[in-house]
Design a protein. Structure first.
Length: 930
């Protein structure tokens, strides 16, 4: 929690003016921005000032501040893949020719299609930015980027161009000694074009806009020396649209007639290749309109002093409102998986032949208007029990109403009735929770009575606010806000497996399959969407009827001792335990191995029909597949020792040193994480197996901050005085990551592909030292089939000496080997032996340094010049493949490159240069104060 205080004006006029400046000429290259590529731009200007003073002396005061930011910084992403535009050595992937590489090379693919008498699609050529003259193909780099190497791996990245303006103002008025009122207003506006996700072209970057407004007022009434009443009112408003960069370019500009019309349907449809070419053609899944979101809050606190007791009590009321509209695939998406033109054809061959695997397009209005009310009251007593002991006791009660949609466009699943809708068969999405009592206690004991040694302790319970994304789903692609529970309804009210029991539900916005025509002469790309689900049976999203509020117990015990008048040492133990944390599991998961029948094993592919038949609800609701249910299924634990040494002004030297030794464990990284973080458990019938190192687990963390005021002497225009140096060193042990296979269904609990949200993640089996699988900048080496002798021997050993399910799985999915350790897929129809987040990443090391010079011009005007060097040693830090903070989503072993530290942490967090973890950066600053 961060508490921000806003200063008030005084009887004297006071203010500041500041400017910070960065330029790429002074900075080091990003690790992935290597020669001979041009150096990425880095320009940052941050400027502003503040002014405060009297309106009426001793009565009314004002304070205001402005900040502006202008920055243009470049991204550099590794791990991006795009087809080669030159011929490549033969690898047996071409259908008609024995030469060439039809998985990776555009010329080889075109040659193979022509050899087989296949017409190369004009639409594909135009989308790819290529032209064909006889047998010669040339590409201009405006679809697939220019890549003249015999490799599909490229380093890519474009600029973030952003402008930020923030203003805050405050007015205070003192009627008399008993009554004081104040009001404040904040306005922030952020616009820019950014690469918040790797893209193949600059014109597919995202256009962002954030407008935030906060208004508040307070009234402090002091009726007597014992009583104080403080009433506060606040209002927050946030509007945050995110648009694709090519929104104003119709699909016809790319040579496609999609047949899709509407205000937010411009741009190239997202064209994917089953994860093979990452990230594919087209921009990210925008537009998305968040807001206007509003929070209205009223708080009243009363304080009363009675002898040794300082009592405080009060309450609060607030209303949260959320408007969300995500047109994630309003322009449609098209997938080329290979095997459509010919059972052996590659993704690239299917693309240039014009044979897509599937297409989807969104239909309807995605807008949701959600709201709820929350109420709280509390009583607190700070009791000075003795001269040396103070005890703090408190009790709080909280109630948050059930989330509602203004038009009842929320649905759920009833095991008896099927699909139901709020306002029709049910009154609420889930039952309200009225049991949220919050006890708190603490103490402070001056052990010797002299203030040198103080022992403090405390414990309390905190109820968590359930994330709104849990109800509108990540990117609004899946959740109770889609056709009730996320299940699109067939126009004929039928789907494979039976007749849907809709319970008279209302049709809502959804993503639907559509007939597809890739031939421009045959009409629009998308036909009339069939109103049905992606997969049959249909996957749906539900909420547990008895959903309760998650809560966390926290306890602390620390001792603080004054070693000298200027130095203190504090040692603390901090622990917390999260209970009833929200998460997603599939309550209709078939038993493990259901999809790997003998026939499926022989065919080398799981049997989706066998999986569907084995689902628990198959008999009653044969049209339903995955039933993803949000409920109270997860937990978390944290234990840590925190040591702080604080030294103040010892011959001009001040220091703050902090060391933390801790361990954090949980079942999941986020309650709405449907992607690479595996918000879904591997086995929904055993969610406890997810319990492992947290995404943010850092065992050891050391920070040391030193400030030294250099001794000076008067004269020489103050150039011999006022100097100060500062340094901050940060050392962190590795965070953790682990494989999450979303593409193989090795356990036979699929089906594949399920979208959204994703197939339940499968973890493989690992043999060796965990430290061997530290991520590298190229990824962990992959070996197809049984080509690695160590992998083959391990699989054969698991099979008991003769080829069996482990060897079958290895032949299908390959393995990874590095440093003497191996990772192999689990035997068909089983889970592997791995846990979440078991591999360490490369840790984090950083040293910042700054030099400051202070000037005094008379008694009121001061100036400071600063030169700041971030990561002065230019030590390279790398993003976690996924698991740790700023994870980069490269932990799926079914997609290459696996285990790749392919970006620096600042770039992976979509905050290049400004975020931590980048290369050396130099910043110059000037600040005036009066």
């Amino acid at each position: 929690m961060v508490n921000v205080g806003l200063k008030s004006g005084t009887n004297a006029v006071h203010g500041t003016a500041f400017g910070f400046f960065r330029n790429g000429a002074l900075d080091a290259r990003n690790f992935f921005n290597t020669d001979p590529n041009p150096k990425l731009p880095r320009t940052l200007k941050q400027f502003g000032g503040s002014l405060g003073g009297p309106i009426i002396k001793d009565k009314a005061f004002f304070f205001g501040a402005y900040e502006g930011q202008l920055y243009n910084v470049g991204n550099s992403f590794g791990g991006v893949t795009s087809p080669s535009m030159v011929g490549m050595p033969s690898n047996g992937t071409c259908v008609f020719l024995s030469t060439g590489d039809c998985a990776d090379s555009i010329p080889d693919t075109i040659a193979d299609l022509q050899a087989g008498g296949i017409t190369v699609s004009p639409a594909s050529l135009q989308v790819a930015g290529c032209a064909l003259s006889g047998a010669a193909v040339t590409c201009n780099g405006k679809g697939f980027p220019a890549n003249n190497a015999q490799s599909i791996s490229i380093t890519n990245g474009f600029n973030n161009d952003v402008r930020v303006q923030n203003f805050v103002g405050k007015v205070d008025y003192k009627f008399n000694d008993r009554h004081t009122v104040s009001g404040m207003y904040f306005f922030g506006n952020n616009r820019g074009t950014v690469e918040d996700f790797p893209e193949l072209q600059a014109f597919w970057r995202s256009r962002i806009h954030t407008r935030a407004q906060v208004a508040g007022g307070s009234w402090v009434w002091v009726p007597s020396g014992r009583w104080v009443n403080e009433a506060r009112f606040g209002y927050n408003r946030l509007y945050q649209p995110t648009l694709p960069g090519d929104l104003n370019t119709p699909a016809s500009g790319y040579g496609l007639d999609t047949g899709v019309t509407g205000p937010f349907t411009g741009g190239l449809p997202r064209i994917g290749f089953g994860g093979y070419f990452f990230p594919g053609l087209g921009g990210f899944k925008w537009p998305k309109f968040q807001g206007p979101d509003t929070i209205t809050q009223f708080v009243d606190h009363i304080s009363y002093t009675a002898g040794k007791h300082a009592l405080r009590f009060g309450g609060e009321i607030h209303r949260d409102g959320v408007r969300n509209a995500a047109y994630g695939n309003s322009r449609g998406s098209i997938t080329f998986l290979g095997g459509v033109l010919n059972p052996a054809s590659t993704q690239l061959e299917d693309f240039f032949a014009g044979f897509p695997f599937k297409a989807t397009v969104e239909v309807g209005d995605p807008t949701l208007h959600l709201h709820n009310w929350a109420y709280a009251t509390f009583l607190q007593d700070d009791w000075r029990a003795t001269r040396n002991l103070t005890v703090n006791l408190g009790l709080r009660y909280e109630y948050s109403s059930v989330v509602q949609e203004d038009h009842n466009l929320l649905g759920n699943f009833d095991p008896n009735a099927g699909l139901v809708q709020v306002g029709k068969q049910i009154s609420n999405l889930y039952n309200p929770d009225h049991t949220n009592f919050v006890p708190r206690m603490g103490f402070a004991w001056d052990v010797g009575g002299n203030g040198r040694t103080v022992l403090r302790g405390g414990a309390g319970l905190t109820y968590e606010t359930v994330n709104w994304q849990s109800f509108i789903a990540f990117n609004n692609a899946f959740g109770p806000g889609s056709v009730p529970t996320g299940a699109p309804i067939d126009a004929s009210n039928n789907t494979s497996g039976g007749t849907i029991t809709t319970g008279n539900t209302t049709l809502k916005y959804f993503l639907s399959p559509t007939p597809i025509s890739w031939d421009p002469s045959a009409g629009p790309v998308y036909g009339t969407p069939t109103i049905k689900c992606f997969n049959s049976p249909c996957p749906i999203m539900t909420v547990a009827r008895n959903l309760t509020t998650p809560y966390v117990w926290t306890w602390t015990l620390n001792v603080q001792h004054a070693l000298t008048p200027n130095m203190s040492l504090e040692v603390a133990y901090v622990g917390n335990h999260g209970t009833n944390l929200t998460g997603i599991r599939d309550v209709n998961q078939p038993p493990v191995g259901s999809g790997w029948t003998p026939a499926a094993i022989a065919a080398g592919a799981p049997d989706n029909d066998a999986e569907a038949a084995a689902e628990p609800f198959a008999a009653k609701f044969p049209y339903l597949g995955n039933i993803f249910q949000m409920g109270n299924v997860y937990r978390s634990n944290y234990d840590g020792m925190q040591v702080t040494l604080n030294s103040r002004n010892y011959h001009g030297l001040s220091m703050v040193a902090g060391y933390t030794y801790s361990h954090s464990l949980d079942d999941v990284g986020a309650n709405w994480d449907f992607g690479y973080g595996a918000g879904l458990p591997q086995d929904s019938s055993n969610v406890g197996r997810e319990y492992a190192n947290s995404d943010f687990d850092i065992r050891h963390r050391l920070t040391v901050s030193l400030t030294y005021a250099v001794p000076g002497r008067k004269g020489h225009a103050q150039m011999m005085e006022g100097w100060e140096v500062n340094t901050i060193a940060t050392l962190e042990s590795p965070q953790y990551w682990g494989p999450i296979d979303l593409g193989t269904d090795a356990a036979g609990t699929g089906p594949l592909p399920v979208s959204p949200p994703a197939n339940s993640p499968i973890r493989w089996s690992f043999y060796g030292k965990r430290s061997d699988f530290k991520p590298t900048t190229t990824g962990i080496p992959f070996f197809a089939g049984a080509t690695n002798a160590q992998c083959a021997a391990q699989a054969l050993s698991l099979d008991g000496g003769s080829p069996g399910l482990s060897t079958d799985s290895l032949n299908l999915f390959g393995c990874y080997a590095q440093g003497g350790s191996i990772m192999i897929p689990p035997p068909l129809g089983q889970f592997g032996n791995m846990s979440r987040n078991m591999f360490p990443d490369n840790g984090f090391r950083n040293l910042d340094f700054a030099v400051a010079k202070n000037w005094h011009f008379g008694e009121r005007l001061k100036a400071q010049f600063r030169a700041e060097f971030f990561n002065i040693l230019n030590h390279p830090n790398f993003a976690n493949p996924y698991g740790g903070q700023n994870g980069f989503g490269l932990n799926d072993p079914s997609v290459q490159p696996f285990g790749c530290a392919c970006a620096t942490p600042d770039v992976a967090a979509a905050n290049p240069v400004i975020g931590s973890g980048g290369s050396r950066a130099v910043q110059l600053a000037l600040k005036l104060s009066f």
